[in-house]
Design a binder for this molecule. Sequence first.
Ligand code: BG6
Length: 504
Amino acid sequence: MDRVEKATLVLFGGTGDLAARKLIPALFSLWKHRQIVDCLIVAVGRRVESTEQFREMLTQRVSVAKKDLPTWNEFARCIEFHRGDIQTRADFESLRDHLNEMENARQLPGHRLFYYAVTPSLFGPITQQLSEVGLLRRGLEPAQPWQRIIVEKPFGHDAESAATLDESLHVYASERQIYRIDHYLGKETVQNLLAFRFANGLFEPLWNNNYIEHVQISVAEAVGVEGRAEYYEKAGALRDMMQNHMMQLLAVTAMEPPIGLDADAIRDEKVKILRSIRLPANPAEVDILTVRGQYGPGEVDGQGVIGYRDEPDVAAESTTPTYVAARLFLDTWRWAGVPFLMRHGKRLAKRGTEVAIKFRTPALALFRGTQVFGNCTNLLVIRIQPNEGISLHFGAKRPGAGMRISTVQMDFEYQKSFDKEIPEAYERLLLDALLGDPTLFTRSDEVAATWRWADVVIDAWNVLPPPTFPNYSAGSWGPSAAEALFPAGDQVSAGSCPLGWRRW
Ligand code: BG6
């Protein structure tokens, strides 16, 4: 079992939402499973006064704490609080002294992971301060305690700002010390895409344009902006989900087999696929290949919900998209001509993330003109969440006279196959960063590659006439215009069965 011993995690933004919702619960779980031992967690913030107060605040806010209070209280002894302002030099100096004291008291060697759960404009300044007060050395020397940093998303708001941010980090830390989080890579089901493709001899031979008609990648959310409108108004659906999480899903689905399982071998292949995304030639093409949407009022799960423009902190005339769909092509030998249909939206009918591979129909439409035709969808659905699992849809003869075929399903469900809870993405990512394995973190060139397509689309949207928003009701499956992203040939080509966007 991979286990981290004697390390310190310093959490900037320790009193924030991410810490209470994801990071501390993930650390608690790792500690409970003895995957981290003798560790120190130091939260840095301004909202509380003391360690006691901070632990008390976490006990109230962290939902898992109350379920097992004695164990939680024991774990809470690993947590300390350092009151400090991220913008003040003196506070970094006192953080350094405080860290040294705490580590000495606990006999920790000073291996440190700095987690930036703060607004991106602070990533550069924190790194500079850490370096200047001697908490961060550039480069890794084997005999010395290590220092690493984890950077939360968003990493820049376009290619240029991402490059500037990179430059500012690289002054003080080498690429091997920087762990850029994309929490989708920490999801078991996303990692399983690699296992599914490359640990089996069955599917990979079919994984190309000879056999695959199109690929749908969907991330549907039933939630709205959840009180994050200040950030979301500037980001929108494309920057919030498509440029990062969905690009990672695309990369893992479409990449070539890596030459090994080490971090760079895998990331090299992901970068290649991301660079192969064909860039639309002009705004008119972007208009054909993408659809933007914004939700109006509606009903989700039987509950009336307000439209995006009525959410707190959203401009009355906001043109921020809460939905984006696109048809992409990868200019590689394997994928030439195969559309990748990507969609993401907030306040859709149901939550669900999946990669659906639609296979071509048989070369000869033998059953054309019978009841069989139209019932022949070969579809592989990889459910990232919820109901994690994989289903294969194929045609089977219905028992009885004649030849009537129905689509049936073969299912793999995590819950049934493994007697184990699926760990939260952040557990795996925090563990890997503490262990020094960057495989599931995005490399600098990978981030740059994901912005290429996003930048072209956003620039085009800025010059195209503004869309008429809202254009879908909360609780629906998004704007109807998105159906047009399926190329006509894809729906009616010889023997093909129309599929359209999947619903569940
Ligand atoms: C975040 C986005 O990165 O991912 C959110 O900023 C989104 O808007 C969230 O809701 C979705 O994550 P998950 O793991 O719930 O699919």
